[in-house]
Design a protein around this ligand. Sequence first.
Ligand code: 13P
Ligand code: SF4
Length: 315
Amino acid sequence: MVVEKDIASRIEELKKEKNAVILAHYYQTSDIQDIADFIGDSLALSQEAAETEADIIVFAGVKFMAETAKILSPEKKVIIPDMLAGCSLADSCRREDFAKFISDNPGRTVVTYVNTTADIKALSDIACTSSNARQIIESLPEDEKIIFGPDRNLGNYIKSLTGRDILVWDGACHVHEEFSLEAILKLKRENSDAKIIAHPECEMPVRLVADYIGSTSGLLSFVKKDKGKTFIVATEPGIIYQMKKARPEKIFIPAPPKDSTCGCSECNFMKLITLEKIYKSLKFEEPEIIVDPLIAKQALIPIRRMLDISAKLGL
Ligand code: 13P
Ligand code: SF4
């Protein structure tokens, strides 16, 4: 604990010295959330990355998020404390395969979730996050045919909400597909007043029993406002730290994974980031996120479109 405090204060000094900012996703560990300048979901983090006046952004999250920050702020140095912090969902969509999917289905507007590599964004017309996917799809003309990638669960969920003609890429997040419906229902039987809340990346059977479905920030707002006392939380449990902080009197139960021995409801990529790695990366200003300038130029278009629509809608 003393060592952690020490690192936290040294990070603070370096931040001031270098005019750096630490942006952290809700799935980071609590010690990192505590030292971050800004904590948010994917949408809020990209909005913050576009607006910050810092010279250096240290991204406590996964690589696609840091890449998005670099694309939005190319003049800034963007650092990720561990370059191996990837994403199984982004990995489930390779450029060659996705390019073929698009060319095999011509005439469709390509909407991609931000959980993609920059070269997938470069093939896209418009980006979205779990916070704004529905509104982004609804902002398109009703008869527009759409390709949605890479998350099949979010894609099918949005398709059912909007009734739009959407072809969904068959990708998924290994964390959100790991939640066990049986274990969730057992918890619900044991806590009959509990509300089930789920991220849209969860599989359909889990979504069907959920009282509320939303992005990480949506789930956080829900538990803040809702009158319920107990919540079964079907997303990465890192978010529970902010839920408990906001509503200490409430009870938050992490939804259990299918394999009760694996601890795999935690995102192993997010959890690669540690305070020590943040300190080192800030001190040595590496590893730095570099995006090919041509890819960055193409990828900026769908990200900007998403941010513009979100701003117009007050999201
Ligand atoms: P959010 O859009 O809720 O931040 O989700 C990001 C993510 O990686 C979910 O797995
Ligand atoms: Fe990717 Fe899933 Fe981890 Fe989110 S939780 S970063 S989608 S692997």
